[in-house]
Design a protein. Structure first.
Length: 419
């Protein structure tokens, strides 16, 4: 079996590792990939979606796995193009991927299908935004389009809201597009991952992402500075949580996709906030989370490659995989300047000293001397497990402390408490 994974970050490194360790032992390819990923998977000569599809056909690839979202909604759409040439794809067609690409589409979908979420208004002008905010702070403002994770502002007061409105609706920093004014919700967040195959679905292990750059969950939002995952979170986060989320959110979503005529095969990520009024949806993503994948996927048992291959062909075979008991934690090491900027070219020391943990490369490259150096904001992600959460914390920090590079930023409180 030949499998190609689309993406180049730590999530794709974790997906490729899980595929490589599968008993069905697939041959692996990656696009665009990275130097670290190319130690496990072959590169391609492709430069864009059309040339990638040509490669899939010419090479006889059996399955395409969408790690990241952008190609799902680029041009024809990755899954749409795969369907045209008869190659199974794990990742939805562009029509369903609007759940991630358009926040307004997602909100309308949730309202239409009775899925709990905060109130909102979609506006086009600064005047309409002020009317919708109605002097109530904090308020949540979201640009309705892909904005590389920078399109959301939780504004504590009028001054911060006016500044964001100016950037989005006057300066058009993210280009044309509407703005959502959302009800401010409070509570711990949880990421739920579901394998969706048309009308069937399977809920996987949950995770929590630590989004802010500094310890104590302070400072600006990032792509994620670490994550914790365990099946036990379905109990520790609230008794009966799994059943509640299934009944109120996951099942209505899968039924809604069917009712709206939106076929979906792939991972669907539910970003939820556990509020005093019960869990509420913040967002959908049409892919696995990053860095959540680096914590969740090392816990998978069974044949992940066969599971995804069967799923992409329309057969959800839930018993092909399982999850190890205990806790898994991953910690991100980010470069100097992140998240505002990212310094590249710092040599990474200590990679060979790591034992009993996995190192997933998010933003690295090989330098002329053959050593890995930084090449991006999030540089690498170390993941380790333990029977208890405390044991997993001790194990992951013992190993990631062996790695260093100049300007490195790393939170020390991943997995130690909830935020
Ligand atoms: P999103 O990209 O929509 O998930 O938003 C990014 C982050 O902003 C979320 O993970 C939350 O931490 C925060 N956020 C989003 N929507 C809300 C909301 N309605 N109330 C409070 N915080 C929010
Ligand atoms: N960790 C958040 C995301 O993948 O969107």
């Amino acid at each position: 079996m030949k499998i190609l994974v689309v993406g180049k970050g730590g999530r794709e490194h974790a997906i490729i590792t899980a595929l490589q360790e599968s008993p069905s032992a697939p041959e692996l390819y990656a696009f665009p990939g990275s130097d670290a990923i190319f130690r496990l998977a072959r590169p391609t000569p492709a430069t864009d979606l059309p040339s990638l599809i040509d490669f899939l056909v010419a090479e006889g690839i059996d399955l395409c796995v969408a790690g990241e979202e952008s190609y799902l909604v680029t041009g024809e759409g990755l899954a749409n193009a795969c369907a045209r040439v008869g190659i199974p794809c794990w990742g939805p067609p562009r029509e369903a991927a609007q759940l991630e690409a358009s926040k307004e589409f997602a909100k309308e979908f949730m309202v239409r299908h009775g899925i709990p979420t905060g109130g909102y208004a979609a506006v086009e002008s600064i005047e309409a935004a002020r009317v919708a905010i109605a002097g109530k702070y904090p308020t949540v403002l979201k640009f309705d389009g892909l904005a590389a994770g920078k399109g959301v502002a939780v504004c504590p007061d009028e001054a911060s809201a006016e500044a964001f409105l100016d950037e989005v609706l006057v300066q058009r920093k993210f280009g044309p597009g509407r703005l959502l004014v959302e009800e401010f919700l409070q509570g711990p967040e949880i990421s739920i991952f579901v394998s969706v195959v048309d009308a069937d679905y399977q809920i996987l292990a949950p995770a929590r992402d630590y989004k802010r750059i500094f310890e104590g969950d302070e400072g600006p939002n990032t792509g994620g500075m670490g994550a914790v995952s365990s099946l036990e979170m379905f109990e520790t986060e609230g008794a009966g949580l799994r059943e509640w989320i299934d009944r109120a959110v996951v099942r209505p979503t899968v039924e809604g996709l069917q009712r709206d005529g939106l076929p979906y095969r792939g991972f669907l990520y539910f970003g939820l906030m556990l509020t005093a009024d019960g869990p509420k949806m913040l967002e959908y993503n049409c892919r696995f989370g990053d860095p959540e994948a680096e914590a969740v996927l090392p816990m998978i048992t069974g044949d992940f490659a066969q599971y995804v291959f069967e799923g992409a062909r329309g057969n959800l075979q839930s018993d092909l995989i399982g999850f190890r008991p205990g806790w898994s934690i991953c910690v991100v090491s980010a470069s100097a300047g992140y998240p505002a900027s990212a310094r590249s070219g710092d040599t990474i020391r200590g990679l060979d000293a790591v034992e009993n943990a996995r190192v997933f490369h998010a933003g690295t490259r090989l330098n002329a001397a053959g050593d890995f150096e930084t090449a991006g904001g999030r540089v690498l992600v170390v993941a380790a497990s333990g029977a208890t959460r405390a044991e997993a914390v001790a194990n992951v920090y013992r190993e990631c402390d062996k790695i260093a590079f100049d300007g490195m930023q790393r939170r020390r409180d991943i997995g130690t408490r909830n935020f």
